[in-house]
Write a protein that binds this ligand. Structure first.
Ligand code: CNA
Length: 362
């Protein structure tokens, strides 16, 4: 399996379903055939523009930059046998890759858009960065074929390890140990020599049902994932958006290769579908600056809201600086007095209940 013919289709041979072997013809096919069952197969290349390096890109890939970890072979960082002997290189790398530090790319938002349009049959990802979830693709539409950082267990007794402690350990590049048996803790990502999750095998029939397949950002070098595109039915268009041609993509009559950067490829695809604005709006929602901008442009607060916020802020300040000086107490008191009318003050029973440790004189 997975040894698909990789001889490229001759330009003189016409496609069977598409009008032409280009992305505009795929967009037309989607509209004309009312495509509703799209399968995606992706890898690290869809997250490189988020700032997460892939494995195999020369110069920028993780394998080319593992010298600092001093490994016999770069692949050893994900080798379960090596991990048992020396987990430190993996945890140094986990520190770099850990979810929460990166924004989804426009490709992740494109996958979400396919979902919103009711067209996403299944998204197969080799990535462990959880960016598709962060972009709003629901978990039941995603097969994380190589697992993810979402949970972690002891490699010996299989005890679950708490998320919060894991975050702390990874943040410090420390190796966590099991609270029960002191074994090594490993995130539930699939290492070389480990079985893929059952969800991968349970859903492996879906590519055969698809009416469109999109492969992006993967070198298709890791089996059994690499065989997925070959499981699509003959006569179903397959699109490859990647820096280079990979696997058997390009060997069938309705294969379309969009070689180059995947963000640019997806934008061109969206434009051909008339979805460009929608896609950009969806991607903008993943912008972490959006929240702060929303706050800046929020309508002015009412007097009561301002008062409530001020009380909360002062409570925190007081909690932080227990053991206040007399002068500071006076300052807080004056400030509160100037924000609250005597009437409101009486009705609320004063501020002593908010600051039980503050002896305010009324
Ligand atoms: P890979 O073998 O490193 O291949 C990446 C592919 O993407 C190559 O063909 C690149 O040319 C191509 N590529 C890189 N950047 C771009 C770009 N901006 N636009 C278009 N194409 C690009 O990675 P695979 O995913 O194929 O290998 C499988 C491994 C990688 C899985 O086991 C993953 O767990 C693992 N991995 C995941 C992450 C992540 O979660 N983001 C990061 C690094 C490695």
């Amino acid at each position: 399996m997975g040894n698909e013919e990789s001889t490229m289709m001759d330009d003189t041979i016409a496609p069977s379903v598409l009008e032409a072997r280009n992305i505009e013809a795929v967009a037309k096919y989607i509209k004309v055939y009312d495509v509703k069952k799209v399968v995606l197969m992706v890898g690290a290349g869809i997250s490189t523009s988020a700032g997460i390096p892939d494995f195999r890109s020369p110069d920028t890939g993780i394998y080319a930059n593992l010298a600092f970890l001093d490994l016999p072979e770069p692949e050893d960082v994900f080798d379960i046998g090596f991990f048992r002997e020396n987990p430190k290189p993996f945890y140094a790398l986990a520190h770099e890759l850990y979810p929460g530090r990166y924004r989804p790319t426009i490709v992740h938002s494109f996958i979400r858009l396919l979902y919103e349009k009711g067209m996403l049959l299944k998204h197969f990802t080799q990535n462990i960065d959880c960016l598709e979830r962060q972009a709003g693709v629901p978990g039941d539409k995603i097969i994380e074929a190589h697992g993810s950082f979402a949970s972690q267990h002891c490699i010996d007794c299989k005890e679950l390890y708490p998320d919060e402690e894991m975050h702390e350990k990874v943040a410090k590049s420390e190796v966590p140990h099991c609270h029960k048996c002191n074994g090594l803790i490993k995130p539930d990502i699939v290492f070389f020599g480990e079985a893929l999750p059952s969800s991968f095998f349970d859903n492996r029939d879906l590519p055969a049902e698809a009416d469109l397949c999109i492969v992006m950002g993967t070198s298709l070098q890791v089996q059994p994932f690499a065989s997925l595109p070959s499981l699509c039915s003959e006569g179903v268009p397959r699109v490859l958006i990647n820096k280079e041609q990979v696997g058997g993509l390009g060997s069938r009559k309705d294969d379309v290769l969009l070689l180059g950067d995947c963000d640019a490829g997806v934008l061109r695809f969206a434009r051909a579908l008339g979805w460009e604005e929608e896609l950009e709006a969806l991607w903008e929602k993943t912008n972490p600056d959006l929240q702060s901008r929303a706050e800046e442009t929020a309508p002015p607060q009412t007097r009561d809201e301002r008062l409530h916020d001020e009380v909360e802020r002062l409570t925190e300040e007081v909690d932080r600086t227990l053991g206040l000086t007399e002068a500071y107490q006076r300052k807080v008191h004056e400030k509160l007095e100037s924000h609250e009318s005597p009437e409101a003050h009486r009705q609320s029973g004063g501020l002593g209940h908010v600051f039980p440790h503050l002896k305010l004189s009324h």
